[in-house]
Ligand binder design. Structure first.
Ligand code: GDG
Length: 735
């Protein structure tokens, strides 16, 4: 039976070596928390690092650990201390983490940690490949494993691979600064599906792929030579019922059953009319979480609104994290000092403004804090999603409680009923805190009802199912492509029909089919290989070879005039039969050039890299060499401008691959192909092309024709080939 393989840097377990064996406890963190329900519900294994290095094992211990992991359907990736230093503390947390969170000043690029990152990704790939069987689905998580999708793809080209990034993907301007940017993108593109928390991260990624790798992007699909990679956003949810139910049972507890922390909190809450409302913050101690800013903003709030002294208290849980990385040690010192200073500045005998916990707490204490706090103040400078915001809302059983959330979190996109703030604006934070502490209960209930409804529906299970479903959908699409793909068997069948036929006609598109695209169109001259293939076909009896192209007559005359193939140019405006002169296939004129050409020229002037091509009966505006975003934008506005001008004229705009062409309407490759067929009976008809102008031809040809699309794009053709080499393979099979 096929299974899901989940892969993340850390397994969702913490291992401790005890005298009486191995102790396992669930790990803390967004990813572990979120995926746990997926892992336990499904037939799956989880591959990752156990948390113990190879140096900490002897053989007996290793066997014990393997067995302990196996019990939880987990498989460990063996990593050494050196691996962890270079891969985890080094490249992942000193390079990728700060860069992806826009902390460029903390980003260090060191060649040796990059080398370790590569070799550790390979170690992960080795373990995955040992466990991967046909039909399995692979789901890789997060920034530590950006190279893994491609490493698996190289060995298992047909595997179904999904990748999800839990942190932001930065804008192109930031991402482009990293030296190994191409390797990182290509590594990710080994996946079939790449998921992000928000549309913004998705958009940044697509822009980087387009600008750095130059790949073609169609909506959210990236076209590689032989595959399409889909990119989408899947905002991660939480296990809503777990938090909500825990809060319900927490509220029903008798005093004696309550935790120590809760009893302490209750004691403070009972301190008569002077009761201080609790403002909660929970995060890993990380510079991205804006903890220092939050403390300063809280200080500012108490200065600005002294009436809240004694009436509000910040309860701050900072969970130790990456304590080996120097920036985190500095941050810890900074936070300690800030808390001390602010408490020293404002404390009264019966009130200290900040309760600060620097440790990780058991789940039930987390619930104590969520349920006891009137306000949650979450102020990350950058945060991929932020699950704490969602957990806080899920835990408000009576629907009371106010969430203040930074707009720099992924969660703020979905939680518009929260009070959204800019974490760098103390004034705004202070005013919002006051507003939150004074918000009427009806308004709190109204906001939270809407939030809870959504969080319950878009829970973590739905998130995981949506992702897996999208991945399965791609598997299905790939199957569709594979069904239409010309393999050896299909190729032999087509060739056999070709050989048996008495009268044959072949329509061959030129650019993108017989030769690859070049930056400058005039450089895409036919090679000797192309001539050899065409000559071989042309010299066979009863075979008509037609080059059918959008190119201008003069270029095609220059390149092919010395041969006697049939030539159709400018999408069907001109025809040159073997050994004859050029003739017009359609009655067309170019009087309209003088109205349109100046507009194209003015767009060219303001769009560096673009150029106008003047054919006899059409004008083309090429933007292949323009910055992709600018090119698209300019092409759209050019289209709108021209459309208005040609509304009452017999003209149309053709949208090709990075080109807009204005021509007389009614002229098409389809029409001219039909004309050729009407002149003689053929019992073998074949057409091949890559562009959507070839689609006219595929549509017009009779059902008995063999129609072949080059590249995995949407088509009405019957068959696909992946690239130009495959075109050559197919055409040389006709002998
Ligand atoms: C990354 C991204 C993204 C925290 N302290 C304790 C504790 N926790 C649990 C919380 C929550 C999780 O840890 C923290 O999740 P976040 O989403 O807030 O943040 P990261 O760890 O940075 O996670 C983040 C996430 O991945 C998922 O994609 O949202 O943007 O940075 O679930 O409840 N749990 C317990 N004790 C604690 O002391 N038991």
């Amino acid at each position: 039976m096929s299974k899901t393989i989940i892969i993340s840097n850390r397994l969702p377990l913490q291992l401790k070596i005890r005298d009486n064996g191995i102790e396992t406890t669930p790990s803390i963190g967004g990813l572990a928390t979120g995926m746990k329900s997926v892992h336990s519900d499904n037939d799956s294994i989880w591959i990752g690092w156990s948390g113990l290095t190879e140096e900490e094992f002897n053989l007996e211990l290793k066997n014990q650990v393997t067995a302990a992991l196996q019990k939880h359907d987990c498989v460990g990736v063996p990593l050494t201390e050196n691996d962890i230093d270079g891969f985890y503390y080094g490249f992942s947390n000193n390079t990728l983490w700060p860069l992806f969170h826009y902390f460029m000043e903390y980003t260090q690029f060191e060649k040796n940690t990059w080398e370790t990152y590569k070799s550790v990704n390979q170690k992960f790939a080795d373990v995955v490949l040992q466990n991967l069987e046909d039909g399995d689905t692979v789901w890789i998580h997060d920034y530590q494993l950006l190279l893994l999708p491609e490493l698996i793809r190289q060995k298992k080209p047909d595997a179904s691979i999904g990748f999800f990034l839990h942190i932001p993907f930065p804008s192109y301007e930031v991402f482009r600064t990293i030296p190994c940017r191409e390797e990182l993108l290509k590594g990710m593109l080994g996946a079939d599906l790449i998921g992000f928390h928000t549309y913004d991260y998705e958009r940044h990624f697509l822009s980087s792929v387009q600008r750095i790798l130059g790949y073609e992007i169609n909506f959210n699909n990236i076209h590689l030579d032989n595959r399409i990679v889909k990119v989408d956003s899947f905002p991660m949810g939480i296990d809503y019922d777990k938090f909500h139910d825990a809060a319900v049972s927490h509220n029903q507890k008798e005093k004696k059953d309550k935790t120590e922390i809760q009893q302490e909190i209750d004691k403070h809450l009972k301190e008569g009319s002077n009761k201080a409302k609790l403002i909660l913050s929970i995060d890993r101690l990380d510079y991205t979480k804006g903890i220092a800013n939050r403390l300063r903003a809280f200080e500012y709030f108490l200065d600005k609104h002294p009436e809240f002294k004694g009436k509000a208290r910040l309860v701050m849980l900072a969970v130790p994290s990456r304590a080996n990385v120097p920036q985190y040690q500095l941050l810890k010192n900074e936070i300690d000092q800030l808390v001390g200073r602010i408490n020293g500045k404002f404390a009264e005998v019966s009130w200290t403004p900040i309760w600060y916990f620097y440790r990780s707490l058991p789940f039930e204490n987390l619930i104590d804090l969520y349920t006891s706090s009137e306000v949650a103040l979450l102020t990350p400078i950058r945060d991929g999603m932020n699950l704490v915001a969602k957990e806080y809302i899920a835990s408000q059983v009576d629907k009371k409680g106010v969430l203040i959330l930074s707009e720099m979190t992924g969660a703020s996109n979905e939680m518009s009923e929260a009070l959204i703030i800019n974490p760098n604006n103390f004034e705004e934070i202070a005013d919002t805190l006051k507003f939150a502490l004074e918000m009427p209960e009806e308004e709190q209930i109204k906001r939270n009802s809407a939030l809870q409804k959504r969080l319950k529906r878009y829970n973590v299970e739905k998130w995981a199912n949506d992702f897996i479903e999208a991945l399965d959908g791609i598997k299905h699409d790939t199957k569709k492509y594979t069904l239409k793909k010309i393999n050896t068997k299909v190729r032999n069948e087509i060739a056999a029909n070709y050989n048996a036929a008495k009268s044959k006609i072949l329509f061959l598109d030129y650019d993108g089919t017989m030769v690859p695209f070049e930056k400058l169109p005039e450089n895409a001259k036919p090679t000797q290989r192309v001539f050899d293939i065409l000559d071989a076909l042309h010299n066979q009896s009863n075979t008509k070879v037609i080059i059918i192209t959008g190119r201008d007559r003069d270029t095609i005359q220059e390149w092919f005039g010395h041969k006697d193939y049939t030539l159709i140019t400018e999408h069907g405006a001109w025809l040159k039969e073997s050994n004859k002169d050029w003739e017009l296939m359609e009655r067309v004129d170019n009087k309209w050039f003088e109205a349109i050409a100046p507009i194209l020229e003015s767009f060219t002037d303001s769009t560096p890299g673009s150029l106008v091509e003047e054919k006899r009966y059409s004008l083309a505006w090429h933007f292949r060499n323009v910055d992709p975003d600018l090119g698209k934008k300019r092409a759209n506005s050019l289209k709108t401008t021209i459309q208005q001008l040609i509304a009452n004229h017999n003209l149309e705009i053709l949208e090709g691959d990075k080109v807009l062409e204005i021509k007389v309407s009614g002229v098409s490759k389809g029409k001219s192909a039909s004309k050729m067929l009407s002149e003689k009976e053929y019992d073998f008809i074949f057409a091949i092309g890559d562009d959507w102008t070839d689609e006219h031809m595929f549509k017009e040809l009779p059902n008995t024709a063999y129609t072949v699309k080059v590249g995995l794009k949407k088509t009405v053709a019957q068959y696909y080939v992946e690239d130009i080499d495959q075109v050559y393979n197919l055409l040389t099979a006709f002998d």
